[in-house]
Design a protein around this ligand. Structure first.
Ligand SMILES: Cc1cc2nc3c(=O)[nH]c(=O)nc-3n(C[C@H](O)[C@H](O)[C@H](O)COP(=O)(O)OP(=O)(O)OC[C@H]3O[C@@H](n4cnc5c(N)ncnc54)[C@H](O)[C@@H]3O)c2cc1C
Length: 284
């Protein structure tokens, strides 16, 4: 068996949100390599594209697993597409469009991997990834299991997968549609995302969950937190539930700004905002 590639690397260079100090990164290319890393360490972080995780500036002590090789493959079976968890979501959408497969184009532009999109049940413009999942393969408790879409609990930006699970492959059930129609929708979605400022490299996605019956962004804006900033991070001008990041900012800034906002929203509205973004490691 080919040895697993381990690197000591700065996560800020490997994540969409550009945060994270040094870590031991294990790039696994197949199930055997994944099984050996999981068996060796027991506890680990599984990193997708790093678009929803803010990682400590001093790094993390647990090993970080990243899926590559076999986990980056796509195959088509009729109207089903089977994608490795390491495939970039927008690439998958473009490949489906080429084959006239309709259903996930509204998610175009979300800077996720397929694994991260399932785990977080990524959603946009009325479509959620989870609703298209026919089955998923997951490495759990030392073996690979196939779980049907109906057995997976999908909720608002979450799924019932465990922290110790590694999703390896996903099958989506799509419909046939004209390629031109799907591609026109992708272009429309792309423009909408640019207009709303939901673009990677400029900042985060939504930082907080919308509490039942409220919009987090509205609660933040209405108490004048729309111009708050900490270090190199500020509340976005386009959307108060999104943070903009400067060229040089710290993970700590994101954490401190989110904590300040949670405190102010609770004091003003009595509503507790929950993080949608995950924080890894020691932030302060
Ligand atoms: C500019 C921008 C715009 C965004 N717009 C949207 C949007 O419109 N809609 C939306 O829903 N989200 C959006 N997001 C948030 C983010 O892209 C999603 O949450 C996405 O699903 C995360 O995928 P990822 O591959 O980056 O996962 P990561 O951020 O790397 O990881 C997120 C979580 O998933 C887990 N994970 C990743 N891969 C696996 C795997 N193979 N097996 C098990 N667990 C895994 C990680 O351990 C972690 O807990 C946006 C983010 C940014 C920066």
């Amino acid at each position: 068996m080919k040895k697993v590639g381990m690197q000591i690397c700065r996560l800020a260079e490997r994540t969409v949100l550009r945060t994270g100090g040094f870590c031991f990164l294990y790039r696994v290319e197949n199930i055997n390599q994944l099984a050996s890393v999981v068996a060796r360490f027991g506890k680990f972080y599984c990193l997708g594209n790093g678009s929803n995780v803010v990682i400590s500036d001093s790094g993390v002590s647990l090993p970080v697993i990243r899926l590559a090789g076999d986990f980056g493959k796509i195959r088509f079976e009729g109207n089903n597409v089977i994608a490795g968890a390491g495939v970039p979501l927008s690439f998958l959408i473009a490949e489906c469009a080429k084959r006239s497969l309709d259903g996930i184009q509204n998610l175009f532009g979300i800077p996720a991997t397929v694994g991260g999109a399932v785990y977080k049940n990524a959603a946009a413009f009325g479509v959620s990834f989870g609703e298209k999942v026919k089955w998923a393969n997951v490495f759990r408790a030392g073996r690979l299991r196939k779980i049907s879409g109906g057995e997976i609990g999908f909720g608002y930006r979450k799924s019932s997968f465990l922290k110790s699970d590694v999703i390896t492959e996903v099958c989506l059930e799509l419909k046939e549609e004209r390629r031109e129609f799907i591609e026109a929708e992708m272009r429309k979605i792309k423009l909408e995302r640019i207009k709303k400022g939901f673009i990677a490299a400029h900042g985060t996605g939504c930082v907080f969950e919308n509490p039942k019956g409220y919009f987090a962004g509205k609660l933040i804006e209405e108490i004048g937190c729309g111009s708050l900033r900490r270090g190199g991070v500020s509340v976005s001008e386009n959307h108060a539930n999104v943070f903009s990041t400067s060229r040089s900012f710290l993970a700590k800034d994101v954490f401190l700004l989110s904590e300040e906002i949670k405190k102010r929203v609770f004091d003003a509205w009595g509503v507790f905002l929950k993080n949608l973004i995950e924080f890894w490691g020691n932030l302060i």
